[in-house]
Design a protein around this ligand. Structure first.
Ligand code: C5P
Length: 400
């Protein structure tokens, strides 16, 4: 809930501006009040009247509106909010923010404020990937501005790629996380999830069977407790959760790199099903069938063990490292040995014999192995396992 939170919503001029109308409704449903500010260009996409009607509030449009200056100056306007939300944040507005311009009401408010700011970018894929926008993005992040999305997808201009604005539920989750007062507020936690894909050639790969469901549920449960979650995921079947920082990777080596870039964290949960081996030298071109039926021979190389690497890294090691063990027999014995071998603090062990239906299913039955021994958890949904694990992590970090 966002009861009595005051949100100053800056709507800039992009085709995604129409989504801000639904966002206003959803924010108000959750108890927030919304004061809208429209840029000149935004008025080409949404009308001040519809914005005002949905917000149940006056729309601010012009820096030189003297009546407003008498009622409430622009400085006052920007400071009377708990959060300034920019939806959509266009390439132009982000550039003006990054260089400290104050040439219209929106940019002036954003410069004159000490209220936290969250931007939700939306633009054409080339505009997003352009070095100028990426520079501006880095500047804004460095200034402490929160950034939600963008995501990959098809765009109004007919192109496909990153630059598409996050959907309303994701924006709401980010806003709720911002105001969350959970026990993990201010704690940065890393979660790996999904399988890794190890290329054989440009069209073939080897992988582990993993839907990513358990890792996704854990990341969502940690975020729900207020944690700042970095979610490093291989190509999973389930969508990434809202309200977390998503880093998509393909191979184990890419996953290790992303994990190391995410450090330091206060806890790390390694739920990914990382492939143990990769093809030693993946072919740069598609391997052709040989006339006469000669079969290709693949030579394997060992992948880095990400969990073991982080568990044994010495200085900078996260205070709490949690690994997973999928076992088909002697679960407790094998998982206990794994905990010692990898050097992690906890192992979440599960019995993945095919008859359990756990692999790819919606339920899990886990045994938590800590330095206190093995703890049997009853069979429950993967979401319930995640909630219980997240609560346990919160409890442990609190007592440190
Ligand atoms: O050795 P095994 O694959 O059974 O260990 C499982 C645990 O180790 C999981 O937590 C998994 O995420 C992690 N792991 C890893 N990197 C690897 C292999 C496994 O992080 N290369």
């Amino acid at each position: 809930m966002l009861t009595s939170k005051r949100i100053l919503l800056v709507i800039a001029g992009g085709i995604a501006a129409y989504k801000s109308l639904d966002l206003i409704r959803r924010l108000r449903e959750r108890g927030a009040s919304v004061t809208p500010v429209l840029t000149k260009a935004a008025e080409e996409f949404v009308t001040p009247l519809s914005v005002s009607a949905l917000a149940g509030a006056k729309v601010y449009r012009d820096l030189f509106d003297l009546t407003d200056e008498a009622e409430m100056g622009h400085i006052e306007l920007s400071r009377s909010a708990d959060l300034i939300l920019v939806v959509p944040a266009t390439a132009d507005l982000m550039a003006r923010m990054a260089t400290g311009r104050a040439d219209d009401l929106a940019s002036t408010l954003l410069l004159a404020t000490d209220t936290p700011v969250m931007v939700v970018p939306a633009m054409n894929v080339r505009m997003w990937t352009h070095p100028a926008t990426q520079r501006n993005l880095a500047t804004l992040k460095g200034d402490g501005i929160a950034v939600v999305g963008p995501v990959e997808g098809s765009m109004a201009c007919g192109e496909f790629g990153p630059g598409r604005m996050s959907e309303v539920p994701e924006i709401l989750a980010a806003v709720e996380d911002f105001f969350a007062e959970g026990p993990l507020k201010g704690r940065r936690i890393l979660v790996t999830s999904g399988p890794t894909h190890e290329p054989i050639d440009p069209v073939r790969y080897i992988a582990n069977r993993s839907s990513g469901a358990q890792g996704t549920a854990i990341a969502a449960a940690l975020a729900a407790l207020g944690a700042e979650v970095v979610f490093v995921t291989g190509p999973a079947d389930v969508p990434s959760p809202a309200g977390v920082q998503v880093v998509k990777v393909q191979s184990a080596r890419e996953m290790l790199e992303a994990v190391q870039a995410a450090l330091p964290v206060e806890a790390a949960v390694f739920a990914a099903a990382v492939a143990d081996w990769r093809v030693a030298s993946a072919s740069g071109s598609k391997i052709k069938k040989q006339p006469g039926g000669a079969l290709p021979v693949l030579e394997f190389a060992e992948n880095p063990d990400i969990l073991a690497t982080v568990s044994q890294m010495g200085p900078g090691r996260p205070p709490l490292v949690v690994g997973f063990a999928a076992e088909t027999d002697d679960v407790v014995v094998n998982a206990t040995a794994k905990r010692a071998r990898k050097g992690c603090d906890w192992i979440v062990a599960n019995d993945v014999r095919p008859e359990t239906g756990i692999m790819g299913g919606s339920e899990n039955a886990v045994i938590l192995i800590t330095d206190q021994g093995a703890e049997d958890w009853p069979r429950m949904t993967k979401e319930a396992v995640a909630t219980r694990l997240a609560a346990r992590i919160a409890e442990t970090l609190e007592t440190e």
